[in-house]
Design a protein around this ligand. Structure first.
Ligand code: ADP
Ligand code: ZN
Length: 702
């Protein structure tokens, strides 16, 4: 029952016709007041999981979010959809904070975003205690774990929530957590019998590619030139890199800026805002940039340097293509970067684990296996399928049947009964009686010396591949020993084949320099003068007027659906994914007009509503105008409304009955900001939409 209402909210408020499968399951769980953890890739649609339940019940939904920019973005997007959302964090002054608190107590807010610091403050806690809270959502929940890569001490304190708000369901959400981090989240939040939803982290729309760091600048410039008009982020290791690269791009005619932690807040905010609002195309940044960026039309991410670990890398490339449309991730790696990063780690407390993660990153970069398979296995998804959409799947694989080698390595791990480390495995296989091998009694196991056909170095390469491909894993919590995975048994007992390569990595690092043509993949239609381009310009113009980023108005995916369906009236437009009621009211007609104008281009030259006006002046009725122009009757009425608003002498009163006008004005008296849909519903849907529209226009003039 309630799920039907949830469905309606999804359609009317967010403009989506149906839930994605996991969203629906998560929402059902929340309605049963159960705790849950939601693991979904970026762009998977996590927000809907708590935003829709928030609008279902009476109470307040709290969303804990780590970054001010992230909160602002989500709140803006919600408000554009007509939802009463607000945030509370250190960016607000005391007066503004007090205003939010008052609104909370007056039940004027359905969704409140808060920083973890705020959530942990005593004053706020006592206010919350007095309110009815229906759900607490913890976004970017991996920040709670020091295993994770974005650890935030204030997140660690959130464990108290479950004790203090016993009957309120808690939802933890993240797009980036390896199995260790996942467990940590559940435990630290004290979730009670949590239901865990785990979508694949796979992002099939992102084409993944790795290249050696040779002539990086030139390759980057070429890549950007090929991706005309697309926005992207370039992650660099150092502040200086960001500045130099940005200058190089600007000198070559690309609008770009740089962003790093050493800049003052004002300049940082300006660059971020220029990027979000499509005033610059490229940002060269350190990893300080981006966690708070929800911009859905980032079309590519380039790593100028090797990232520190796969979690970070995956989160960064995940910032491209959030709208689900084609995107590109290009990584450059060189041994120098590796050495620099390893040196940073030397001074760190958790050196061993940091280095292990860095090594996995390097193996990923150097690998000839399907990149996506390596990534998904890293996140514990145990998959053997090639993706078909990465550089290695498209070519460049030199693989051979390594099943027997894999079987030898895996059985050595089994026979060593959970004591063997990655470092020792090669020596056990080649049968080298080193002191550490003897000390572990490994010379007594049956596989000792079973792999003399390869050298210890080659076995080390094989072992790294078995890790990357998910046939082995390292248990860091148990002394970093090797262990089997669900995929291992298939190799040991079910005859599954394993493909390996035997490239000597040391030689590879020095010789793998042949420049390869950067792949080029069409993502969005964008020829000059195309409808997509026109809609993009309109979006930009309206976004500027409205003071919100363009992608919050409509995503690239929504625009592209408009291009393929060419809706020319309200009903068709509302069928487009991402066009809810409020979006239609605020922007829909302008986009419809643009589409109609485009359709009529060549046939007619004037804007669509002027054609209507010409016929109207000749005395044609709306029905006749619709028939003559081949457009919908409702569109004719909205043209007339537009003309009236533009001050043309159009008598729209004749289409509105006096009692209808009175009723609409009565409703507007109660709520002067009511949207078309709200008025329509308040009038019990007895007055047709187009009449409501005309009456509202008339009321405005009075
Ligand atoms: P996440 O927070 O998981 O990164 P978002 O909540 O930002 O993802 O959603 C990603 C994109 O998918 C957004 O453009 C969003 O509007 C869209 N989206 C979410 N749910 C649906 C749905 N049920 N149908 C269509 N589009 C959806
Ligand atoms: Zn692949």
């Amino acid at each position: 029952m309630q799920i039907n209402r949830a469905q309606q909210i999804l359609k009317n408020t967010f403009g989506y016709s149906k839930f994605r499968p996991t969203q629906e399951e998560v929402i059902k769980t929340v309605l049963q007041k159960k705790d849950c953890m939601v693991l979904m890739p970026t762009g998977g649609g996590k927000s809907i999981c708590f935003q829709v339940p928030a609008l279902l019940g009476k109470g307040l939904t709290i969303v804990v979010s780590p970054l001010i920019a992230l909160m602002k973005d989500q709140v803006e997007a919600l408000r554009e959809n007509g939802v009463s959302a607000m945030y509370l964090n250190s960016s607000l002054g005391d007066m503004e904070q007090q205003q939010v608190m008052n609104d909370l107590v007056d039940h004027k807010i359905k969704l409140l975003y808060v920083s973890p610091e705020k959530m942990n403050s005593e004053h706020f806690f006592y206010t919350l205690k007095q309110l009815q809270i229906s759900l607490i959502a913890i976004d970017e929940a991996h920040c709670i774990s020091s295993w994770g890569h974005d650890f935030r001490p204030d997140y660690k304190k959130l464990g108290y929530l479950k004790r203090q708000f016993k009957n309120v369901p808690i939802m933890a959400l993240t797009a980036t957590a390896d199995p260790l981090t996942q467990n940590d989240i559940l435990q630290q939040l004290n979730l009670v019998e949590p239901v865990v939803f785990k979508d694949s982290f796979s992002r099939p729309n992102i084409f993944i590619e790795v290249q050696p760091a040779y002539k990086r600048k030139e390759k980057i410039l070429e890549f950007i030139k090929q991706h005309t008009d697309e926005s992207g982020i370039i992650y660099c290791l150092s502040k200086k890199n960001t500045e130099d690269l940005s200058k190089y791009l600007r000198d070559n005619g690309i609008s770009s800026g740089y962003y790093h932690a050493g800049m003052e807040a004002g300049s940082r905010n300006r660059v971020q805002s220029d990027f979000i609002n499509d005033r610059i195309r490229v940002v060269c940044a350190t990893i300080a940039f981006g966690m708070g960026i929800d911009k859905s039309n980032v079309r590519w991410v380039i790593h100028h340097n090797l990232p520190k670990n796969i979690e970070g890398y995956y989160q960064e490339i995940g910032r491209s293509g959030r709208d689900g449309m084609a995107a590109n991730a290009l990584l450059f790696y060189g041994v120098r970067d590796y050495n620099i990063l390893a040196q940073f780690n030397e001074e760190a407390e958790r050196r061993v684990i940091l280095n292990a993660r860095l090594d996995r990153m390097l193996h990923f970069a150097e690998s000839n296996h399907c990149r996506r398979k390596l990534l998904l296995n890293y996140f514990g998804e145990w998959t053997t399928e090639d993706c078909g959409a990465c550089d290695n799947c498209k070519g460049r694989q030199f693989l051979f049947d390594g099943t027997v080698l894999a079987q030898k390595a895996l059985s050595a791990v089994v026979r060593a009964k959970g004591k063997l480390s990655k470092e020792l495995l090669p020596y056990v296989l080649v049968g080298e009686s080193r002191p550490d091998v003897l000390a572990g009694d490994f010379h007594k196991i049956k596989t000792f010396g079973a792999g003399t056909e390869k050298t210890a170095d080659q076995w080390a390469t094989i072992c790294n591949q078995l890790l990357g491909l998910g046939y082995l894993k390292i248990e860091y919590q148990r002394g970093s020993i090797l262990a089997l995975t669900p995929l291992s048994n298939k190799v040991l007992f079910e005859g599954a084949q394993v493909q390996l390569h035997l490239l000597n990595q040391k030689i590879e690092r020095e010789t793998k320099v042949a420049p390869k043509k950067v792949s080029h993949k069409a993502s969005v239609p964008k020829t000059e003068g195309s409808l997509f381009e026109k809609l993009r310009q309109l979006r930009r113009k309206m976004a500027v007027e409205r003071g919100v980023p363009p992608y919050i108005l409509f995503s690239d995916a929504t625009l592209s659906e408009m291009v393929s369906h060419m809706p020319t009236n309200e009903w068709e437009m509302k069928e487009i994914s991402g066009v809810g009621n409020q979006k239609w009211d605020q922007y829909g007609q302008a986009f419809v007009d643009e589409i109609i104008t485009f359709k009529n281009k060549g046939k007619r030259t004037k804007p669509a509503y002027e054609k209507t006006y010409d016929l109207y002046k000749k005395g044609s009725s709306p029905e006749v105008i619709a028939a003559q122009l081949g457009i919908n009757l409702i569109t004719v009425y909205s043209h007339l409304a537009t003309l009236y608003q533009n001050g043309e002498s159009v008598d729209i009163e004749q289409y509105v009955m006096p009692y209808e006008q009175m009723e609409v004005e009565e409703i507007l008296k109660g709520n002067s900001k009511a949207t078309l849909q709200e008025v329509y519903e308040s009038a019990n849907k007895a007055i047709p939409h187009h009449v409501v529209r005309l009456a509202m226009v008339l009321a405005e003039k009075n």
